[in-house]
Design a protein around this ligand. Structure first.
Ligand code: APR
Length: 233
């Protein structure tokens, strides 16, 4: 029976690809106020600032490539049933070859209608025009979950975590809810949790925890080797 591995990732897994994290000293939220660029109120109050913030992040994505961390996660699919639950809005897990990915907080290359999830379009890395509309004339916005908004994929992600035989947590400060609570959804206290992060994490869990205190590009390949060696167990 193929073991199921769920890999829960945050901005740290893309740091080695040159994409800034959020809460490091030079991170995104050190340079921008969340309330100016990542809330529905900001979009209503100052649409241009919000649209331009995400246009700049799309421009930043140009030329960025998956790193050895993303690739080690993708390669695990040769040995395990792997599902990625990411908080990241970049598409580097896809680019590395992972095939089952849930984007909890949306996707940077996509836009959707202001009023709902019906119409979603992928604009790649080009800028969104301020007056860009859906076919029904509805203004478009980044297909990204802003602070204070519902996380539509959360229930599904919780079920996925509950199905895991092994949970891997890579590059997330576990600072944002409900995403951070996903680690509590493992089916019982026997499910091993592996963490790959250079920093200490305040993870509360009764489960066996192995912390590989490395950058994702170093620690994830190491972890993949450990898990492959355990295959015979
Ligand atoms: N490799 C692995 N982990 C790293 C690396 C690296 N090279 N560099 C930093 N980290 C770790 C940090 O130690 C930290 O634990 O990555 C984590 C980054 O934390 P945050 O910047 O808070 O990013 P994240 O946890 O993804 O934020 C969650 O907050 O702003 C919202 O929606 C946004 O999805 C984001 C959510």
């Amino acid at each position: 029976m193929t073991k199921k591995i769920v890999v829960f990732t945050g901005a740290g897994v893309s740091a080695d690809s040159g994409i800034p994290t959020y809460r490091s000293s030079d991170g995104l939220w050190a340079n921008y106020k969340i309330e100016d660029v990542c809330t529905p109120e900001a979009l209503a109050r100052d649409r241009a600032t919000v649209i331009n913030f995400y246009n700049m992040r799309r421009r930043e994505m140009a030329g960025k490539l998956p790193n050895a961390g993303h690739k080690a996660i993708a390669e695990l699919e040769q040995y395990f049933d792997v599902e990625v639950v990411t908080q990241n809005i970049d598409n580097l897990h896809e680019a590395a070859g992972s095939t089952k990915i849930i984007h909890l907080h949306g996707e940077l290359t996509k836009l959707r209608e202001d009023s709902g999830e019906r119409y979603i379009t992928d604009i790649g890395l080009r800028d969104q025009r301020l007056d860009e509309t859906a076919p029904n004339g509805e203004l478009l916005r980044p297909h990204i979950v802003f602070f204070g908004e519902a996380v539509p994929m959360f229930e599904h992600a919780a079920m996925v975590v509950n199905s895991a035989d092994i949970l891997i947590v890579v590059g997330t400060s576990l600072a944002v809810y409900p995403a951070a609570s996903l680690v509590q959804y493992v089916r019982d206290s026997s499910v091993p949790i592996y963490i790959v992060d250079p920093a200490e994490l305040n993870i509360r869990s009764r489960n066996p925890i192995t912390h590989i205190r490395e950058r994702a590009a170093v620690g994830m390949p190491q972890l993949a080797e450990i898990l492959k060696r355990k295959l015979g167990d």
